[in-house]
Design a protein around this ligand. Structure first.
Ligand SMILES: NCCCNCCCCCC(O)(O)C(F)(F)F
Ligand SMILES: [Zn+2]
Length: 678
């Protein structure tokens, strides 16, 4: 699988600028590009990327999406004077021409296509193109909203034509609706377009009815256009993550794209005058991390909007750092989506129920009793997470936001551990040893005995286990000291090793340890003090132990034909895990696991977004191929082969829903339907 991250930037795209006064367009300034690039340099990220040059998009490439008339009008502006430029610009909603606009727009298209080629040819795994003018509002025959040519739409058509792709996912996390992109692919089932956007019940620009959640696509394209409207400002990290867990990711994994393209606008970030949202830069690391697990990692991130230069720059850096494979920083803020966000999520899930298998058993009874909607809103105040107090009173106070971000990013940008993975050289590990892996020597026997005889004597009986513990302690120490990012060990009794590892981790000072245990756990540690949260994925209810706030037994029988674990990971495990905010994750696979390797791989891949990617994996030593798969994932050598997508059965959906209904007050990231307020 390819490696490396491309960065495409050409200073010439800073020449396009507004020549007259226009309070609407004057935020789209050249410094957006140059200061983002400077920020990348200041974090030494430019030198870690593969430099790919921009080029001019050809007329033929532009005509993949735009009309000849639109192209001719754009071309004709190159020789116009200011008066003429102003007049042509007035034909469009919120667009301005400069003599260099046409040249810059062709460079933006070409830069985007260069990135697609670099990724599709395997020259790099993923990459980012810093371009302007942006693209997602421009339409076949019109410029709109600072956009002249639709860079991302052209890229999708180009990729279909040149690489014969049949499924492309476009994720538009810009705070404005990319109506241009929606119109272009509305009837096209080969391009799944997802956009969230500030909407405020059609009050916010471009104020279109077709930006609402019920615009699902037309004809054969029905189900392949997903609009998630934000009807309030102040949306934050938890709202964005909830939208990914409960809308985008389940759909994306079912769609199984061959390429993912992001219309990456950062005006959805804190401090932006347009968005007025509260999401902080590190959330883009999480969003990027999730999308990297699709399409075998083939991800092209294309800049759209973003008008607070500091917020824009920090968010661009978070995105590129993650594309490079760095650990994902802890996400800040209360992990509780607001009522308005949950309502939008519920509405879009209901609207798409007819088109997606994963939604087949979605309960849409709330639609019938819409009359109780007022009831819905009235009782809403009973839930504390209904509204977000806006951290920054008004985003217009740029300097205040600068200071906030200065402090906020200080404890986010931790030094990247020199080594990615520590292992004990267990059976089969020679396959993945590389400069990213450190073989740790076993702790010597006497040390282990001293340790075990004290704190773990009640757990450890025989000698063989004792030795396997030696390596485990060494790895846990290295993870705690941040000498490595993650670690993996095998054990003759994974259940016992996991129990000792959990107790050892808490003793070492990890205050919140998440343990996901696959198979029967045999011994279940006491989770009363909340310092551990255990999710036991087992075939049958553990002896009498029912689920409670910090212990869940999730009964799951792997599906014979393929991998149906997506709904459990996305709809339950990740929301609980993100609500808990662990500072270490322990993944353990015991004897007679009830999950396929692809289900476990999915879990390991997606859970790396937690605890600054600190994961300790302990695998039953009979599971050689599983160990190798997990090790490759931890090293970042591969994205998981998720196997054949199988939608969840009604019984499994009901089991998740029951757990969600029972615990969504404690773990609020589980909330995805409004019936919690009724
Ligand atoms: N009352 C009229 C307000 C017009 N506001 C225009 C906002 C354009 C936003 C452009 C963008 O940020 O979506 C892009 F990504 F394309 F750059
Ligand atoms: Zn925007």
């Amino acid at each position: 699988m390819a490696s490396g991250t491309a960065l495409i930037y050409d200073e010439e795209m800073t020449t396009h600028k507004l020549l007259w006064s226009d309070p609407i367009c004057d935020i789209e300034v050249p410094e957006r590009l140059s200061s983002s690039y400077e920020q990348l340099r200041s974090y030494h990220l430019v030198e870690r990327c593969v430099h790919v040059p921009a080029r001019e998009g050809s007329e033929e490439e532009i005509l993949l999406v735009h009309s000849l008339e639109h192209l001719e009008v754009a071309k004709s502006t190159q020789t116009m004077n200011e008066e003429e430029l102003k007049r042509v610009s007035e034909n469009y909603d919120a667009f301005f021409f400069h003599p260099s606009t046409y040249r810059c727009a062709r460079l933006a298209v070409g830069a985007t296509l260069q990135l697609v080629d670099a990724v599709m040819s395997g020259k790099v795994r993923n990459g980012m193109a810093l371009v302007r003018p942006p693209g997602h509002h421009s339409q076949r025959n019109a410029a709109n909203g600072f956009c002249l040519f639709n860079n991302v739409a052209i890229a999708a058509e180009y990729a279909k034509l040149k690489y014969g792709l049949q499924r492309i996912l476009i994720v538009d996390w810009d705070v404005h609706h990319g109506q241009g992109t929606q119109y272009i692919f509305e009837e096209d089932p080969s391009v799944l377009y997802f956009s969230w956007h500030r909407y405020e019940h059609q009050e916010f620009w471009p104020s279109l009815k077709e930006s609402d959640y019920d615009a699902v696509g037309l004809g054969k394209g029905k189900g392949f256009n997903i609009n998630l409207p934000w009807n309030k400002v102040g949306m934050g990290n938890s709202d964005y993550l909830a939208a990914f867990f409960h809308v985008l990711l389940p759909t994306a994994f079912e769609f199984d794209p061959e390429l993912v393209i992001v219309s990456s606008g950062y005006d959805s970030g804190i401090g932006d005058p347009e968005g007025q949202m509260n999401a902080t830069p590190e959330v883009f690391a999480h969003l990027t991390h999730f999308l990297m697990q699709l399409a075998n990692g083939k991800l092209c991130v294309i800049l759209e909007g973003g008008y607070h230069l500091k917020s824009l720059g920090e968010s661009v850096c978070m995105t590129v750092k993650t594309l490079l494979g760095d650990p994902v920083p802890q996400v800040s803020g209360e992990m509780a989506p607001c009522l308005s966000a949950v309502e939008s999520i519920q509405n879009v899930r209901a609207a798409h129920k007819p088109y997606w298998k994963w939604l087949a058993y979605e309960d849409t009874s709330f639609l019938q009793n819409l009359s109780t909607k007022s009831h819905f809103l009235k009782t809403a105040n009973s839930n504390p997470s209904t509204e977000h107090e806006s951290k920054i009173t008004n985003n217009n106070d740029t300097v205040k936001v600068d200071r906030f971000l200065e402090l906020h990013m200080k404890n986010i940008l931790f030094p990247v551990p020199p080594i990615k993975t520590a292992t004990t050289g267990c059976e089969g590990s020679e396959h993945f040893l590389s400069e990213h892996v450190q073989l740790v020597k076993e702790m010597d026997k006497t040390e282990v005995e001293a340790l075990v005889s004290g704190f773990y004597a009640d757990l450890v009986k025989d000698n063989k286990t004792l030795l396997s513990l030696g390596s485990m302690f060494v790895i846990l120490d290295k993870i705690l000291k941040k000498e490595v990012c993650n670690g993996i060990a095998t054990s003759p009794t994974a259940a016992l090793s996991a129990a000792v590892a959990l107790r050892h981790s808490v003793r070492l000072g990890f205050q919140r340890v998440l343990c996901v245990f696959v198979g029967d756990m045999q011994m279940i540690p006491n989770t009363e003090d909340g310092k551990m949260l255990i999710i036991n994925i087992c075939e049958k209810e553990q002896s009498g132990k029912t689920s409670c706030k910090h212990y869940f037994s999730l009964n799951w029988k792997e599906d014979a034909e393929g991998n149906d674990f997506f709904s459990a990971v996305l709809g339950f495990i990740l929301p609980v895990a993100y609500s808990y905010q662990p500072n270490l994750t322990v993944i353990a696979v015991g004897p007679n696991r009830n999950l396929g390797i692809s289900g476990i791989s999915l879990l390991v891949a997606l859970i790396q977004g937690l605890a600054e990617s600190r994961i300790f994996a302990v695998i039953e030593d009979t599971e050689i191929s599983l160990m190798q798969n997990v090790a490759k994932l931890l090293v970042g050598a591969s994205t998981p082969a998720f196997g054949i997508y199988v939608p969840p059965t009604q019984e499994k959906v009901n089991r998740i829903k029951a757990l969600r209904d029972q615990f969504q007050q404690e773990w609020k990231m589980l909330q995805c339907s409004g019936d919690i307020f009724i």
